[in-house]
Design a binder for this molecule. Sequence first.
Ligand code: GDP
Length: 436
Amino acid sequence: MSGDDCFKVLDKIFVPKNKQNIDNIKGYTMKYGHIVENEEIIDEVLVSYFKAPKSYTAENMCEINSHGGNIVVKKILELCLKNGAELAEPGEFTKRAFLNGRIDLLQAESVVDIINAKSEREAKTGVKQLEGGLSNKIAQIKQEILDVMVNIEVAIDYPEYDVDEVTNNQIIDMLKSVKEKLENLEKTFDNGKIIKEGIKTAIIGRPNAGKSSLLNRILKEDRAIVTEYEGTTRDTIEEFVNINGIPLKLIDTAGIRNAKDEVEKIGIARAKEIAKEADLIIAIFDSSKNLTEEDLEILNLVKNKKAIIVLNKTDLKSAIDENNQEFKDFKGKIVKISALNNTGIEEIYDEITRLFDLSEINLDNEVVITNVRQKNLISKAIESVDKTKKTIFEKMPLDIVAIYIKEILEDLGNITGEFVTEDIINEIFAKFCLGK
Ligand code: GDP
């Protein structure tokens, strides 16, 4: 429970072994006792006390640790509600922490990222953001702008001193440096997106090429953490695997599995659709057979994409190999495997690691943008920098330039949540699960 009255509610349902006045109980302490209703003991519990502002929400808080299970927990919750508490909305605890100024919006967003993390790397990125990595970067950029802003205000207030020239140069230098920093942040989004959403990977190939055999090899990988969950439509299943720390989101795995019964459904048209939304395509061919018309269409599909060509069934007598004329336009890597004998699969992983070099991001030093809201605002701030530059080159008066510079500050303030609107706040916290 969090809020001014939480100890009052607690007092009505909790009987500690050593009763003390709440004013004498220090924050960060625990008390042993019983939750009771009409003198009947509901459970034996430990209660932790947090005194404002030293708590998650920066309000008075208490946490009841019961034995757990469904019935008792539900009963205790009911008792809290009956005695004046209200059920928390999704994300309400974190929202209060934000509204009370304990964390900024970037840190609040990172809590969702940590909770929903599917890989260790993603969780680490979240924790880094919670520690204020990105917030500090933004604060530094803002400070750089403010330092110049002070001089501008002086120049505006004391027009009798001819400081325009100096100030203009200062502004131009500052804008250049700010833009560079913002662009570097913007660039991290591609990697951030991969960390968060996984590399959308599609395995395509004509029937019997070995798609589902390869899929099963990948999913059975010892190192793979497989999470199966339903995609947006009922029949799509997305599966996450970690390949050497690189998260792959395998798309249309249901399509591959169902292909057995409904071969014609997985035609070239479907392959085209899947290829369009994929970040990486693994195109698989049966090397024991000559290339068919369908194979050529698939080749055509992957020509200009990030793709790996896999020649499967190398345990059989080969009819085609990587030197075939048809492959000569393909710039990527051609890997020979036998899904049956489990050979060559490692080479696919090596190529994926090479294609998506996440080691570039040094998680210990670099902050990474992981969500579209942050990315869009950074892009907007860059636009504002460009607009400001233009006003200087057009020799606009300083007070006009100042207005544009304030716009950059506003964009940056929106990222950390200083000027953010209630709608946006609600949207962000709606993504939380209940009570977090
Ligand atoms: P899909 O239709 O593309 O999903 O292909 P499957 O994975 O179902 O494979 C089609 C057939 O080829 C099955 O009978 C597999 O056992 C067989 N197969 C798959 N990979 C290999 C391989 O590397 N060598 C051989 N000899 N047979 C394979």
